[in-house]
Design a binder for this molecule. Sequence first.
Ligand SMILES: [Zn+2]
Length: 122
Amino acid sequence: MKCIKCNSVKVVKNGSKFGTPYLKCKECNAQFCESSRNSETAQQFAVVLYCVGLSLRTIGALLEYSNVAILNWVRDFAKVHYHKPIPKGDIVLELDEMWHFIEQKKQSVDLESVLSHNWTTY
Ligand SMILES: [Zn+2]
């Protein structure tokens, strides 16, 4: 057996948790269980399934991990592989809730003057 962090072969048993045996690396003191070895493959598969369109809970149920773990894997993948886009030019905001509020309001609102106003949003 090899360590999942440093690939050292100096790995010893380190107790168990809920019946799952845990291992400890004598080189870097990393603790891990046997299922941690497959987690990298599971992480990549989870990201692929997320990109296909499955929900976090569905992926978690398929791979037998929590949905929060799947979310963290997808976020980590996105942080490494994608840059957050910087907004350029004018920013357009759609205030959907306001439109519903105006439509439901009993008082009459002059929508023509609202629409004809030259809105600029920064
Ligand atoms: Zn190690």
